[in-house]
Design a protein around this ligand. Structure first.
Ligand code: SF4
Length: 431
């Protein structure tokens, strides 16, 4: 597969002694920020993600949680400036030396992450030109893509080249993986990958331009393009957004068939928890720029290994939707946030919506003043970012939440959170 990792900047190559062979991607403490006027706003705060070799990780969160920017940043697809400002993202792809695409980044970024007692990234003097660094970073990531990373984008119409027909785009993708392929071999490759996504490889299909494709066909072509590069690692960003329910089911079935073999590793980004449950082995949950849970998908809803209150809320909302009920919980039923933006302060990011916090079942001062670290709810269970140390309280959350909503409707349950404010953010009481 073309280029070797050693062709990248030597600084990016990691010694084998420092690499966990069971992990194909390990991203740690990733900070992403944008400059808005004179302010530096964090979008991703200390993001982390581990993808086991042969495993698929679902990255879940509402719109505005930072999940897409997090992954796009560690894949070099982010158009944000300045974008990533610190962290590490070590790829250990089959047959390649491990590389950290973010290595040295904090030496050259104009901003650094907040230190103790600080809430926002801080401007710093840089020892090298940002533009030069940016070029070097892009070179590393371009090379990474050639090493075998494929992408399925959220908006296939925007990602396909509008000037090239389907057959030409696929043939180009085949040649990325097999540069010495003859015309006949490239054509065979095109037919093979079209068949893999259940598209008829007729002359007519091959000659279609993106604007002539239906939504479902465009998504299938996008998947075929990603697969034609023969990736070891696949990233699917909201792969079913905008598709009607019938086509969505077909695309999820297709992805399931592609990803279930155990040969491919990857990430699926979505707010669609049922789809993530079907496709993935591991779950990482983000809320307002922070990872609040990570662990095996099998632990989702397991009372013996309780989830983070936000994960529980997402799960209950998905169940409500499946039953045709509109959710009365915070946030939109389509996965949109109840209020936008990242919470950049020293406390728990979820506290404005947390029922445990509202009902005073936890040390509220601690939730407001100290960021909880990720730790297992029970031995071997999911790692959650929460100050609650009693797993039974987290496990009972469904009943607590149901009673809260029911009494709230009757106007009989006091809420000690009331209309308090969290920093500059208004705390809404639902219902
Ligand atoms: S730390 Fe506090 S506010 Fe945050 S999820 Fe846990 S109980 Fe709720």
């Amino acid at each position: 597969m073309g280029q070797q990792a050693s062709e990248l900047s030597p600084a990016a190559v990691i010694g084998a002694e420092n690499v966990d062979e069971s992990i194909i991607l390990a991203a740690r403490d990733v900070w992403v920020a944008v400059e808005v006027g004179k302010e530096v706003k964090p979008i991703v705060q200390g993001g982390r993600l581990s993808v086991p070799r042969g495993g698929i990780v679902g990255l879940v969160g509402e719109s505005g949680s930072g999940k897409t920017q997090f992954v796009r940043s560690i894949m070099g697809l982010s158009s944000l400036e300045p974008g990533v400002i610190s962290g590490s993202a070590v790829y250990s792809l089959p047959g390649q030396q491990a590389i950290d695409v973010l290595q040295d980044i904090d030496d050259f970024s104009p901003f650094r992450p907040p230190g103790p007692g600080e809430t926002h990234p801080v401007r710093q003097r840089i020892g090298w030109s940002w533009v030069l660094w940016r070029r070097r970073f892009r070179q590393r990531l371009a090379a990474l893509r050639k090493l075998g990373v494929g992408f399925i984008f959220q908006n296939p119409m925007g990602a396909l080249n509008p000037y090239l027909c389907v057959g030409t785009q696929l043939a180009e993708a085949v040649r990325v993986a097999r540069p010495s392929a003859t015309d006949k071999e490239a054509e065979e490759g095109v037919l093979h990958w079209l068949a893999q996504v259940h598209l008829k490889a007729t002359r007519e299909t091959l000659g279609l331009y993106p604007h002539e494709l239906s939504g479902g066909m465009a998504q299938r072509v996008m998947i075929a393009l990603a697969l034609a590069g023969e990736p070891h690692f696949l990233v699917a960003d909201e792969p079913t957004t905008g598709l009607d329910s019938h086509i969505r089911r077909e695309v999820v079935g297709l992805l399931h068939r592609i990803m279930a073999g155990g040969e491919l590793s990857g990430i699926v980004i979505s707010h669609d928890l049922p789809m993530i449950t079907r496709l993935c082995d591991e779950l990482t949950v983000m809320y307002r720029g922070r990872v609040v849970e990570e662990g095996p998908i099998s632990a989702l809803g397991d009372a013996a290994a309780p989830n983070h209150p936000y994960t529980r809320e997402l799960k209950e909302r998905a169940e409500d939707l499946a039953k045709g009920r509109h959710s009365a919980r915070g946030g939109g039923s389509d996965g949109s946030p109840d209020s936008t933006g990242v919470v950049a302060d020293l406390g728990c990011v979820y506290r404005s919506r947390c029922i445990i916090h509202r009902l005073d079942l936890v040390d509220r001062e601690r939730c407001s003043a100290a960021l909880p670290t990720l730790s297992p709810t029970v031995a071997g269970g999911p790692r959650v970012s929460c100050h609650v140390e009693d797993p039974d309280l987290l496990a009972d959350l469904r009943e607590i939440s149901a009673e809260y909503r029911s009494r709230g409707r009757q106007g009989g349950m006091s809420d000690s959170a009331g209309s308090q404010r969290q920093g500059s953010e208004a705390v809404e009481v639902t219902p």
